[in-house]
Design a protein around this ligand. Structure first.
Ligand code: PHE
Length: 353
């Protein structure tokens, strides 16, 4: 086709050519069947080296009184091309969507997109393993509400209204008169178990608990515990230690030495912190902070007042209880250095399990 910019700087001839060019380019654009073709035509006319650019560059070849007019025509051409390209783009996109809707362009021989396989959350894995372990020892797995009354979370557990232990529980109070709380531990289910089951009984209670405290690598406002409660006649600390050793064997697959340090919890007496030999080293490591002991769980013999809250006679019945930190256990097992990863919901973290 003729190119006005390459023509002689005559008058009539150029006008005609530009007019031709405009009709011509519009036809060309309409004939484009795909975006690549459209881009090429666009480049040819309004690209850096395109027809319009060359026309403008040659403007000084025109007599001064015509230059203004030539410039105007160049802009008209440019706008017309832009407009035509834009509307053709829309038309092509619409046509493509319509074709896809009709099922065209579907190649049944292509392999399907590979489904992403999910996996169990490491907390769920540990919870299920421990549930199996305890069930094999005759424990029942119980559940309890995450929103508790003050009575179950504190009062019935021998933590009375003015008890200093309440401060350490950093409680989230529900709206209202403060009588409903987000449970700060799984221990309230001890009371529910005592109320609902006949002794002797053995139960474990895995679940979420909540603390109103600022978060850091070792604290989250939401974490997981597994409560354990055994009630029978003549329960002693030896039963507690025996059960904890079995628990350790289940978790770490071998026998680990344990030790008891005194620990204070109003709902047990005596109360302990149970430590286990570090399963990861012989002579001290990062996990055990070079002490060769890892702090495993708080535990103790059930306080007579707790048995009474549950309607049992402490002269007849005794028991032991423990509170295993499931979140901490998962961190130990997988070498996770920040508890906030557990409930952060980042797929890149979760995909590793
Ligand atoms: N409920 C206690 C806590 O979360 C842990 C615990 C459970 C202690 C059972 C002793 C016996 O702090």
């Amino acid at each position: 086709m003729s190119d006005p910019a390459s023509g002689e700087a005559g008058t009539e001839k150029d006008t005609r050519t530009e007019q031709d060019t405009l009709t011509d380019v519009q036809a060309k654009i309409l004939a484009c069947e795909d975006l690549d073709g459209l881009k090429a035509v666009e480049r040819q006319y309004i690209g850096k080296q395109g027809v319009v650019a060359r026309l403008l560059a040659s403007i000084s070849d025109y007599p001064p009184e015509e230059r203004r007019d030539v410039g105007k025509r160049a802009n008209v051409l440019k706008q017309a091309v832009q407009e035509a390209v834009r509307s053709r783009q829309h038309a092509l996109a619409d046509a493509q969507v319509a074709a896809e809707r009709r099922g065209e362009g579907f190649d049944p021989s292509l392999p399907p997109p590979r489904p992403r396989r999910g996996s169990l959350h490491p907390l769920t894995q540990v919870t299920r393993e421990l549930e199996d372990l305890f069930q094999s020892m005759g424990y029942r797995v119980l559940d309890g509400p995450e929103i508790e009354t003050d009575y179950y979370n504190f009062e019935a557990l021998n933590i009375h209204a003015d008890h200093p232990a309440r401060d350490s529980h950093d409680t989230f109070f529900c709206e209202g008169d403060g009588h409903l709380v987000m449970r700060t531990h799984t221990s309230p289910v001890q009371i529910r178990a005592l109320e609902n089951l006949e002794p002797p009984l053995r139960v474990v209670v895995p679940g979420k608990v909540f603390r109103h405290e600022s978060t850091d690598a070792s604290h989250d406002h939401t974490f997981h515990q597994m409560e354990g409660l055994v009630v029978d006649r003549d329960i002693s600390v030896a039963h507690l230690v025996g059960a904890m050793k079995t628990l350790l064997r289940g978790i770490f697959d071998r026998d680990l030495e344990v030790r008891l340090r005194p620990g204070y919890f109003p709902f047990v007496e005596p109360g302990f912190e149970l430590d286990a030999r570090c399963p990861f080293c012989e002579e001290g490591c990062r996990v055990c902070k070079r002490t060769r002991w890892i702090e495993l769980l708080p535990c103790g013999l059930v306080h007579p007042n707790v048995l009474r809250s549950g309607g049992l006679d402490p002269d007849v019945w005794g028991g032991f209880a423990f509170g295993l930190g499931l979140s901490r256990l998962v961190m130990l097992r997988h070498g996770i250095d920040d508890v906030r990863h557990l409930l952060g919901g980042d797929v890149r973290f979760l995909e590793q399990f």
